[in-house]
Design a protein around this ligand. Sequence first.
Ligand code: ADP
Ligand code: MG
Length: 258
Amino acid sequence: MPGLSITLQDVTKSFGSEAVLKDINLSIKEGELVSLLGPSGCGKSTLLRIIAGLERAEAGSIRLGEQVVDAVPAGARDLAMVFQSYALYPHMCVADNIALSLEMTELSALQRLPLLGRLLPGSRAIRQEISNRVRQAADLTEIAHLLRRRPAHLSGGQRQRVALARAMAREPGIFLMDEPLSNLDAKLRISMRSEIVDLNKRIGATFLFVTHDQSDALAMSDRIALMMGGRIRQIGTPQEIYDSPSHLDVASFIGQPV
Ligand code: ADP
Ligand code: MG
């Protein structure tokens, strides 16, 4: 899974008269784990949804790797999203929840993937490939023993792993994660942090991790993009942001006096 870079140029978005994103410029390198950190309501989810193609920017452009994706539909972008709510189907077992994300991937996206691209949709071979990928993603996230369970019979941490496995099965170049740890208790949250970092380093995909929690961002990131009021206020390593906040409001959000 080679990581893809993400390049945002002057991305702007309003809802009605409210300017929610103001000239966002951001470059994320292949394989990097970047946190988008900022208080609730500052525009993080909107930016993530625009990158995913679930929402359209009014102005500006988005490149994933070398490709400008402004006109590429969500299902055909080489990325997977992990939500806070996990968004698992309650009537389906874990394996089917993971497989469904592959079945729903647009054919154009599947065709870019090695092996699957050479197969016919609906064929026995493609079903075999889907089941191999479910197994592989479950092994990597250590949920192979849970594949026949329904989400109601899983703990919060297990559901989180299923949501990660579902994203991984698509073998995307980019993972977009919107507050994936928010529903976990403190202890689990800390262990999931290092699991996500390990996963990033192991598979080499690019991770953009949204959080309002400074300690998540400081603990996990290669770099932090600090967002406030619809703007990126500062971008740097956790050390740089912590030691040298660019503005007073950044400093008070991070919790350090200047
Ligand atoms: P965050 O994820 O940082 O908490 P959001 O991106 O969800 O912030 O929201 C940023 C701002 O945009 C908020 O003021 C929110 O109310 C507004 N907003 C988000 N989505 C919509 C929408 N679909 N319609 C109208 N306003 C929205
Ligand atoms: Mg949000």
